[in-house]
Design a protein around this ligand. Structure first.
Ligand SMILES: C[S@@+](CC[C@H](N)C(=O)[O-])C[C@H]1O[C@@H](n2cnc3c(N)ncnc32)[C@H](O)[C@@H]1O
Ligand code: SF4
Ligand code: SF4
Length: 462
């Protein structure tokens, strides 16, 4: 069984510790040291010893011991992924391959939430299907992708879902699943021993608030699933889509998380796409609401210390981090297209689902061009990922990041900066169908409340 994956990057490497779901960054010297250890199955051969003796890294050695990489057995359970491309040909503005893939396997869903950004309900014609899904696993494995996140639609409704998970497990991925938690008896029984490491379930409020958006009975189903999961060692998270309609129910969800031993609560500000654009856009936070929301998050952090809270533009976060994620860092920008990508149900590859990319029949041609990088039915994942020109909206920060972010004290401290997709949405609203990719950098994230914070005298800390 694979316990570690070490992958070469343009400079140095990345190391997945699979049972922790954590990816560490190793510098060039440490990478060479690990490479030498790998060649000697845990021992430094005499010729390597001379070459790397100067390069020992005080942080690396304790990790090597902790994970037994000074012994052969650990190397038998380690996958080494050297780049097939010369390191200096790898992207300068992104990781060598995605660290995580969000695989939206289908649009089929057993719910039809009013908020759903990709308007899931019925499968699309010509979805990748079982064979296509296994091919996505294969290509991701070849590139050394660390985490596969299976989502949709509702991936648990696919009759061959367990087969894809078994394949992913054997390949050594860290496996996560984004699900609505409305599970059949079979799924409930299968899940704990399925090989999935991290189960992420949606809950949008107390019973009444949640069921108004996600459908009657969904709250009770989720709680039943959480009770079952609480008896197992799987990592769990709740996802809550937040807007005005459920701000007052945030504490109820935090309590559910705490009472069921859920590790983290991820709060996703409502994104105006798909069904939410038609049905819930009026509930979106304005800047004042967002500031109130962030204050509430911080209050709840104090009340429920066993739950890790994460959200975007988290300007009061006492930990002052751009990411609470153990795999993506979001150092200079969001992970979309830089550290992670989405594979859609028809094989489209894109940075983020909250964009025209989610709608293959969208009349928004320019949106499609700006946000979609390629399709797996025509090209390989590696070729698509490595061609930075196609990912400019996410990778070319000089051109697409808002000027205000570049000089903002929160940037790269506790905020990854303005979201280009929110800017796109603002452009669409302000200027109707006249959209221009180049204008994205003109619009700062409508959720950004940094000005309010400054006005109230809170100083950004570097
Ligand atoms: C599209 S769902 C797919 C997985 C699964 N069916 C579920 O509901 O969790 C993925 C995540 O996006 C969230 N989501 C849905 N609509 C959203 C929106 N308009 N803005 C932000 N997040 C949204 C869902 O609540 C869920 O946590
Ligand atoms: S949010 Fe999830 S559960 Fe709800 S309709 Fe969309 S895919 Fe289905
Ligand atoms: S201006 Fe707003 S969005 Fe940009 S970095 Fe600062 S806080 Fe974040």
């Amino acid at each position: 069984m694979i316990r570690h994956v070490i992958r070469q990057e343009r400079s140095g490497g990345l190391w997945l510790i699979r049972d922790q779901g954590r990816v560490l960054s190793v510098g060039p010297a440490s990478y060479r040291y690990l490479e030498a250890l790998s060649a000697g199955d845990g021992y430094l051969l005499a010729e390597s010893l001379r070459a790397v003796a100067q390069e020992e890294d005080s942080e690396l050695l304790p990790l090597i011991e902790e994970h037994g990489l000074h012994q052969r057995a650990a190397w038998d359970a380690t996958r080494w992924v050297a780049s097939k491309i010369a390191a200096d040909q790898l992207p300068e503005d992104a990781t060598a391959a995605p660290k995580r893939i969000y695989f939206e396997m289908t649009r089929q869903c057993n719910l039809a939430c009013r908020s759903c950004f990709n308007a899931s309900r019925l499968a699309l014609a010509n979805e990748l299907g079982r064979e296509g899904a296994l091919e996505v696993n294969r290509q991701a494995w070849e590139l050394g992708v660390f985490e596969m996140r299976y989502t949709g639609g509702e991936c648990t409704t696919l009759p061959w879902f367990a087969e894809v998970i078994a394949d992913a497990y054997a390949r050594g991925f860290y496996i996560s699943m984004g699900s609505n938690g409305v599970w059949s008896e079979e799924t409930l029984e299968w899940l704990p021993g399925s090989g999935i490491h991290w189960v992420i379930v949606s809950l949008d409020g107390d019973r009444e608030t949640n069921d108004r958006v996600r459908g009657r009975g969904s709250y009770d189903s989720v709680l039943r699933g959480l009770r079952m999961l609480a008896g197992h060692s799987l990592r769990t998270r709740l996802n809550m889509v937040v807007a005005r309609h459920n701000l007052s129910a945030l504490e109820a969800v935090a309590r559910v998380a705490a009472e069921h031993g859920v590790d983290s609560l991820n709060l996703i500000p409502l994104r105006p796409y798909g069904r939410s654009l038609r049905e819930m856009v009026h509930e979106m936070f304005n800047q004042e609401d967002f500031y109130t929301f962030i204050r509430e998050v911080n209050r709840l952090r104090g009340l429920y210390p066993c739950v890790e809270f994460s959200t975007t533009i988290d300007l009061l976060d006492p930990d002052a981090r751009t990411s609470h994620d153990l795999i993506v860092e979001k150092k200079t920008t969001c992970a979309a297209g830089v550290e992670a990508c989405v594979v859609g149900p028809l094989g489209d590859v894109y940075g983020c689902s909250y964009s025209p990319a989610s709608f293959p029949d969208s009349p928004d041609q320019e949106g499609w061009q700006v946000f979609v990088a390629g399709n797996l039915r025509q090209e390989s994942l590696g070729d698509i990922w490595r061609d930075s020109r196609r990912w400019a909206v996410f990778r070319d920060l000089e051109r697409y990041k808002h000027q205000k972010c570049l000089s903002c004290g929160h940037y790269q401290v506790r905020c990854s900066g303005s979201c280009p997709i929110m800017a796109w949405h603002e452009l669409a609203h302000a200027e109707g169908s006249a959209r221009h990719g180049e204008d994205i950098a003109r619009i700062c994230d409508p959720y950004c409340f940094a000005d309010l914070l400054t006005a109230k005298g809170t100083v950004a800390r570097r």
